[in-house]
Write a protein of this length. Structure first.
Length: 220
């Protein structure tokens, strides 16, 4: 089956996997790493979550190692930075999967409620805000305090060097601005977080539930 006398061997080139599958360059991860460096300079303790090997939502048990890691980090942190590329005018599926794996409540604890959030996106072409706008909506549904400032890096392939470090630019300065604001809002709301997210409607529901339990006990 390898007898091919018609082929000119000197011109025949084997398939090169390294050329077809170059090393992965995730610009949204590079942006998140730059944000982490800035946060560290501000005195924050930072941990990064790598979503590789995270299963699709509801396709694995909640004790799956990557799901458990994500939930532990969400419970641990006081604030978050969400960084996503924009693909087809929206965030990527893996970004949405991470958010979908974060529950609104774990027993009586709401792991995201009242924590701060900064949103960022990188673009392959001209600057867009589709992804950060959608991330803001999701942050609101997760009851996060999303800060006003945000970052969108256009032509991301031209904003990072070969080592994955962001070049000096107004876009880098904006990331510093966003992280500075995130730290400020986190410190401002740290001790009053529960008060800020205390809701009348939930107090009414709690009162009704308490009354039902008390009345049931009396009836028994």
């Amino acid at each position: 089956m390898t007898d091919t006398p018609q082929i000119t061997d000197a011109a025949f080139a084997p398939i090169d996997p390294d050329a077809l599958f170059p090393s992965e360059r995730s610009f949204s991860r590079f942006a998140a790493e730059e944000a982490a460096r800035v946060l560290t300079r501000f005195g924050a303790e930072v941990q990064l979550f790598d979503p590789r090997d995270l299963p699709a939502p509801d396709s694995a048990p909640t004790d799956h190692p990557k799901v458990a890691e994500l939930r532990d980090l969400v419970s641990w942190c006081e604030g978050m930075v969400w960084s996503s590329p924009e693909r087809h005018g929206a965030m990527t599926g893996i970004m949405k999967s991470q958010i979908d794996w974060i529950p609104l409540s774990l027993g009586s604890v709401r792991p995201t409620q009242g924590k701060t959030l900064a949103v960022m996106q990188v673009c392959g072409g001209s600057q867009s805000f589709n992804t950060v706008n959608r991330l803001r909506i999701l942050g609101r549904w997760m009851r996060l305090l999303t800060i006003p400032n945000q970052s969108s890096v256009p032509k991301a392939w031209d904003e990072f060097d070969e080592d994955g470090r962001m070049k000096p630019s107004p876009y880098y300065n904006r990331i510093v601005d966003v992280m500075e604001e995130l730290v400020r809002f986190t410190l401002l709301t740290r001790d009053i977080r529960d008060h800020l997210v205390d809701r009348y409607s939930e107090r009414v529901e709690d009162h009704a539930a308490l009354s039902a339990r008390v009345n049931q006990s009396k009836a028994v």
